[in-house]
Design a protein around this ligand. Sequence first.
Ligand SMILES: [Zn+2]
Length: 345
Amino acid sequence: MQLPRNVIAGPGALESVGPICRSMRLRGRALIVTGAHTKQIAAEAVADSLSANGYESDFFVAESPTMENVLKARAAAEDMKADFLLGVGGGKAIDIAKLASTKLDLYFISVPTAASHDGIASSRASVVEEGKSMSMQAEAPLCVIADTDIILKSPYRLLAAGCGDVISNYTAVLDWRLASRLQNVYISEYAAALSEMTARIILDAAPLIKPGLEASVRHVIKALVSSSVAMSIAGSSAPASGSEHKFAHMLDEIAPKPALHGEQCGVGTILMMYLHGGDWKRIREALTTIGAPTTAKELGIEDKYIVEALMKAHKIRPERYTILGDKDLPYEAALKIAKTTKVID
Ligand SMILES: [Zn+2]
């Protein structure tokens, strides 16, 4: 199992980046992977903290999580003879740094500026190659340093999406259990229990998750880290990614303007919970309370793409067996699922 060694979440945590690197006995130079906006709001402060603690650092600025940028980041790290990498951003910069450091066999530190999905702490990264989004195995971060002041200033929509990604653990675990019964897939009970508990904590805390509240950010960060720990224990993303993630990834492929990953996963959880015969209304209520989308309209996606994504979602990662089975859902069935759960009207 690969787990982060340190997880720091709190106001002003950026200032502790340098001291934490020292406490972990890191030496030498650091490459900071970031975006243009996140450089201003966070990465420059990270560089200051590193320099105050005797580290040289340089920036690699990239906006999109493409394989080309991963290779450029690797080249930049090699040019400066970097000894470790940091990803400072909402997710894209973290994914680039995660994959580049894996290729270089160097440590990597995750410094999220938003809490919109569990990739901030996990060993998986998404990259775009030839226009298609791919999930890849990488090294887990050596540590996660989440400055809740910075994350609080990011749009609330991102935090609500992070809750959707956590709540999706419910149906992911149901799918995992189904695959274990039906296909004899290995299931880790520790990972399944941790993943379910994490989703339950966020579901129960839904009324406490609001804009402008530092405690909400802390809550969601802990849940996202717990989800990635569950994946690390399992040695796969199964405890946090099932049929609802297939649905979300299919929307990414077919919808002209997809919504945020966690938003699509949240809506996917409503739909898949209905298919599992579970309490989909409770999922819907919690997402509404949090302020996350529960309908096609709120996602900003036309009804027809929701129905099509439901029909074809099983095609994503076909090796992962879920409630969606291995055949297209009939159009009439998909339409009925989406209407019954009020995702479309
Ligand atoms: Zn996810």
